[in-house]
Design a protein around this ligand. Structure first.
Ligand code: PD2
Ligand code: ZN
Length: 319
C-alpha cells in the first residue's frame, strides 16, 4: 500500500481547501492502492487540520461570496448561522460547491457529428453537470501514430504547477513524461490546432500549445483541477497571459490495454482511453465561476502504456 507522503499531504490539503467531498478523495486514494480505512483516516485528519486554519479559508470564502451574485450571497447567509470554525469551512466548501456553479450553454456545436475544420467528429456522450463531452474520431489512427512517433524521443518527466510559487515542480501526483508543441509550429500541428479549436468552438489563439503525455504501466495523474486555483499566489504567474483556463480536450493516441481512464470522481464518471477518441470538459462559465465537479484525473495504467494529447483553452488570446 502507498504511504501518505508529502505529495499526498499536499494533494489532500489542496483538495480539502477547494471543497472536494471526503468520499471523492477517499475513492481516489483507494483507486491508487490505499486501503479504505487508511484513506478515510488521512482525509479526516486533513479535514481536521483545515478547520483549525479556518480563518484564512473564511477570508477567501468571504471575498468570493462578496464578489459574486445572489447565489454567493445565500452561501454567506447560511454560513453566518453556523459556529465559527465550521462556518468558515462550510463557507469555503459552499463557495465552490456544485450548487453555486451556474451551468451556462456549452460552446460545442449540437448534433451527433460535428464538422471540425477538416474532419467529421462523432459525439458519443454528453454530460451537463459537469460539462463533459466524449468524442470518437478526433484524430485518425495514422495521425495518432505520427504524433506518438514525433514525440517518443523528446519526452521529459512531467511537472505540475506549484500553487504557492507558480513554478513547475516534478512531484509524484503526476507520473508521466511529456513534451509541448508550439501552436502552429508546422503544417501538421497547425492542422490539429485548427481542428481542435473548431471542435471546441474557441479561437485558435486562445489555445495553449498541444501537450503530449506518455504514461508507462502504473503511471497516473491524481485527481486535480486544470484551472489555476484563484486563491493560490502562484496562479497569477500563469493567468497573466491569456487569463484563466476555461476548458480542456484530452485526445487518446492509443488504446490502453487496462486502466488509464480519465476519471471524474465527484461525478462518478470515467472515460476509457480509445485511440482517436477524446474527452472535452469545461469548467469556467461566462460569469468566471469555476466548476468543482470538474475534478478529474488519469487513473493508473494497469497494463500497457498510454499516450494522450491535451489542449487547454484560455479566456483570451494566449502566447
Ligand atoms: O491522462 C489523463 O487522462 C488526464 C486526466 C486528467 C490528463 C490530464 N488530466 C491533464 O493532462 O490535465
Ligand atoms: Zn487535468
Amino acid at each position: 500500500m502507498p504511504e501518505v507522503d508529502a505529495a499526498w499531504e499536499e494533494w489532500l490539503s489542496s483538495n480539502v481547501v477547494r471543497g472536494c467531498s471526503p468520499d471523492s478523495m477517499i475513492e481516489a486514494m483507494v483507486r491508487s492502492g490505499f486501503a479504505a480505512d487508511a484513506a478515510s483516516v488521512a482525509v479526516h485528519r486533513t479535514l481536521g487540520q483545515n478547520s483549525a486554519g479556518a480563518a484564512s479559508v473564511a477570508a477567501v470564502a468571504a471575498s468570493a461570496a462578496s464578489a459574486a451574485s445572489a447565489a454567493s450571497a445565500a452561501v454567506a447567509a447560511v454560513a453566518s448561522t453556523a459556529s465559527a470554525a465550521s462556518a468558515a469551512t462550510g463557507a469555503a466548501r459552499a463557495a465552490v460547491a456544485p450548487c453555486t456553479y451556474q451551468y451556462d450553454a456549452v460552446p460545442v456545436a449540437r448534433g451527433n457529428v460535428i464538422r471540425a475544420y477538416d474532419r467529421d467528429v462523432r459525439v458519443l456522450m454528453r454530460c451537463e453537470r459537469p460539462q463533459v463531452i466524449v468524442f470518437a474520431d478526433v484524430l485518425s489512427p495514422d495521425e495518432c501514430g505520427e504524433m506518438i512517433e514525433r514525440s517518443r524521443h523528446r519526452l521529459k518527466r512531467s511537472t505540475t504547477v506549484n500553487p504557492a510559487t507558480g513554478q513547475e515542480d516534478v512531484i509524484r501526483n503526476r507520473t508521466s513524461e511529456g513534451i509541448w508543441y508550439q501552436r502552429g509550429e508546422d503544417p501538421f500541428i497547425e492542422r490539429l490546432d485548427r481542428r481542435i479549436a473548431s471542435l471546441m468552438n474557441s479561437p485558435v489563439e486562445n489555445g495553449e500549445g498541444l501537450q503530449i503525455l506518455h504514461y508507462d504501466t502504473t503511471g497516473e495523474y491524481r485527481p486535480h483541477f486544470d484551472y489555476f486555483p484563484p486563491d493560490q499566489p502562484g496562479s497569477a504567474v500563469h493567468t497573466a497571459q491569456g487569463g484563466q483556463r476555461v476548458a480542456t480536450l484530452v485526445v487518446y493516441l492509443n488504446d490502453v490495454a487496462d486502466g488509464g481512464e480519465t476519471i471524474f470522481p465527484d461525478a462518478g464518471m470515467s472515460v476509457a482511453a480509445m485511440q482517436g477518441g477524446a474527452v472535452y470538459f469545461r469548467y469556467m462559465n461566462g460569469q468566471r465561476q469555476l466548476d468543482p465537479l470538474s475534478l478529474h484525473g488519469g487513473a493508473p495504467v494497469l497494463a500497457g502504456d498510454k499516450w494522450i494529447m491535451t489542449k487547454w483553452v484560455r479566456e483570451r488570446a494566449y502566447g
